[in-house]
Write a protein that binds this ligand. Structure first.
Ligand SMILES: *Cc1c(COP(=O)(O)O)cnc(C)c1O
Length: 364
């Protein structure tokens, strides 16, 4: 069996988690603070706020932007469920937009979606390639929350994805380029935004549990607004610190696998347009839409887990109920119907990569 994904976990992650379990402090504490400091440092960002998911990061960023019932948020239809639902949490309107052949929301698609009610835009650095935030900014005045769940590490014009907009949300879900099982990070250079998000992630309270019970014994707290429960555990953070230290090694292995696939498959399958920087969270090939499902079944019959990323939002019942309809975003639909994601994970052996390639060639 070659699974679609297998996280890369060493004895270092195991030991780091075991240390926390033995330490007497399991929830948000010193490990989260250390993880945040290292993460901000890695990106050259002012603030990194650890959270229990990227979904929480997208939600809290929009909440901190002040998004509410009369506002519209533009979201590319070619994305995961999280992007749309967080807009709905706040009672705002999800305005879907098409994407380009590179799976990314660009200025042309954005311009078709903005209205005078557009308060925020949520570009998704899909598959691990960054879209130009500067180009999106040129379309109008709005806040930008980057969905960076796929794009760590990746950059646009030499600047890290997740630091280009007003804020960036990173995911440490089990299949992402680094993982804490579940977890996320919100990154921003805006001090006011950071302070607000720190409050919102833990019940709208003005200081976290560590500050209250840690050195100094500051027991007092005040609830300033209705917050949420989106903090990360020190168990997860300890794992995240080790994974962050291994990020470049893991990214290097992913890039090697992508190059191996490229060399064997170029000219035989469609390959998406490439930008200069790619995290290789996903390796996508494009095939004849009539053959797509059959190819995935052939791969499955050989024990190879291929997948499709993603079913565009406007094709789901939730969005159809809002008035969206098939045919509305032709590029996204074309990409969806012809895309297959092949296994790409750091510990794949050359033998395993070759088996995937052979199975794809046979299926073709
Ligand atoms: C995984 C993913 C998310 C959500 O990440 P969580 O950490 O699971 O909340 C958001 N957007 C995209 C594009 C994703 O792939």
């Amino acid at each position: 069996m070659i699974p679609f994904h297998r996280p890369s976990i060493t004895e270092d992650e195991v030991a780091a988690v075991a240390d926390v379990l033995r330490s007497g402090w399991l929830t948000t504490g010193a490990k989260c603070l250390e993880f945040e400091r290292l993460f901000a440092e890695r990106l050259g960002a002012e603030h990194a706020i650890s959270l229990n998911s990227a979904t929480a990061g997208l939600h809290l960023a929009l909440a901190a932007f002040g998004i509410g019932p009369d506002d519209e948020v533009v979201v590319p239809t070619y994305t995961f469920a999280a992007c749309g639902e967080v807009v709905l949490y706040l009672g705002a309107k999800v305005v879907l937009a098409d994407v380009g052949e590179d799976y990314l929301l660009g200025p042309t698609e954005l311009a078709e979606a903005v209205t005078e009610r557009t308060k925020a835009v949520m570009p998704v650095h899909f598959a691990g390639q960054g879209t130009s935030i500067a180009a999106l900014r040129s379309v109008g005045e709005f806040r930008i929350i980057e969905d960076t769940a796929h794009a760590f590490p990746a950059s646009v014009d030499g600047k890290p994805c997740g630091t280009l907009g007003d804020a960036g949300a990173f995911s440490f879900y089990a299949t992402k380029t680094m993982t804490t099982g579940e977890g996320g990070m919100l990154v921003t250079n805006d001090g006011d935004l950071a302070e607000q998000i720190r409050r919102l992630r833990l019940h709208g309270i003005d200081s976290n549990a560590w500050a209250r019970y840690g050195p100094g014994n500051r027991w007092a707290y005040s609830i300033t607004e209705a917050g949420f429960k989106d903090n990360l555990t020190d168990i997860a953070a300890a794992m995240g610190i080790v994974q962050l230290g291994r990020l470049d090694e893991m990214a290097h292995k992913r890039a090697g696998i992508a190059a191996h696939y490229d060399a064997a498959l170029r000219g035989l399958v469609g390959l998406p347009p490439r930008r200069e920087s790619h995290s290789w969270h996903l390796y996508i090939i494009r095939v004849d839409p009539e053959q797509r499902d059959r190819i995935i079944e052939d791969l499955a019959a050989k024990g190879i887990g291929a997948s499709v990323h993603v079913i565009p939002l406007h094709l789901h019942p939730l969005y159809k109920a809002m008035g969206y309809a098939p045919g509305q975003f032709p590029v996204a639909e074309k990409l969806y119907r012809s895309s297959i994601s092949l296994p790409i994970w750091p510990d794949m052996t050359d033998g395993e990569v070759n088996r995937v390639i052979e199975a794809v060639l046979e299926a073709l």
